[in-house]
Design a protein around this ligand. Structure first.
Ligand SMILES: C[S@@+](CC[C@H](N)C(=O)[O-])C[C@H]1O[C@@H](n2cnc3c(N)ncnc32)[C@H](O)[C@@H]1O
Length: 255
């Protein structure tokens, strides 16, 4: 299986420094200021998906947190969160948001494939458009398992396999044609972009089970009818995403 090479990791780190420049403080503040936890490109509320359960009092680690808005929402809901990302630039924005919007919680610069956090210290590991796409599943899933207490949960959102098959390599949004074979999507290197992983559902089940998890749920995430096209991550249109799930959430329990 392909792993994220050091050069791909450098590529991804450089990509997120550039993305961070485009993802302004105003955009980050908008996410940090949301009144409730939502998932994905089309902001599907957690109260509708119901994949997290009660988080009050839980120790939570977020992997590949970006600007860490997801951790901010969980911290507001009463969780003790720590957020990890490879990108110094993304974490700098997160730190500014902690000062401007709050709340504050630990931010750690680190690799999702070698997480600099204690083993067996967390009840919940989350990642929203984070580790699942950007880290080798053969490396980050065992890391998530290592962090969790037995019975702890891993909940992550990533692009749906279908969208990974339909998004063009160059510019543009997903259309109605399959543009690559399913096995090619396992690891895609985007021209001008980074290197991403999009395992098939069969691969996810095998990888999760092999890393010490029991699969509890796979939720396919559609855009709500009243949603708008995402203004920043333009890979699928709202219209496409109301017909096909653009994203998926996996819930797995640490054995
Ligand atoms: C889509 S963003 C973050 C997710 C966040 N929820 C968001 O949508 O802004 C993806 C993040 O993955 C981070 N990332 C990429 N490779 C990583 C790795 N190997 N370890 C940790 N973080 C990584 C990038 O720095 C970037 O901040």
């Amino acid at each position: 299986m392909a792993e994220v090479s050091d050069s791909d990791k450098a590529l991804n780190r450089a990509l997120w420094a550039v993305v961070n420049e485009r993802f302004t403080d105003a955009a980050a503040a908008d996410m940090w200021s949301r009144p409730e936890t939502v998932w994905g490109l089309f902001s599907v509320p957690e109260r509708e998906l119901g994949v997290l359960g009660e988080v009050r009092g839980l120790d939570v680690a977020e992997l590949a947190c970006g600007t860490a808005y997801f951790s901010a929402w969980l911290a507001r809901a009463g969780a003790r969160t720590v957020a990890v990302d490879l990108s110094h630039e993304q974490l700098t924005t997160a730190r500014r948001m902690q000062a401007q919007v709050g709340p504050a919680f630990p931010l750690v610069q680190g690799d999702g494939e070698r997480v600099p956090l204690r083993s067996g210290a967390y009840d919940l590991v989350v990642s929203e458009h984070g580790a699942a796409a950007w880290c080798d599943p053969e490396r980050w899933l065992p890391e998530a398992a290592r962090l969790l207490r037995p019975g702890g949960r891993l909940v992550f959102l990533t692009n749906s396999l279908l969208s990974a098959l339909c998004v063009p390599l160059e510019e543009g949004v997903a259309g109605e044609r399959l543009l690559r074979g399913q096995r090619e999507a396992y690891r895609v290197r985007w021209p001008g972009g980074g290197a991403e992983f999009h395992p098939s559902h069969g691969d996810w089940v095998r990888l999760l089970r092999g890393s010490g998890f029991v699969v509890a749920a796979l939720r396919e995430v559609y855009a709500p009818a009243q949603a708008h096209d995402h203004t920043f991550y333009e890979i699928v249109s709202k219209d496409w995403a109301t017909r096909w799930p653009a994203e998926e959430v996996w819930v797995a329990v640490r054995r």
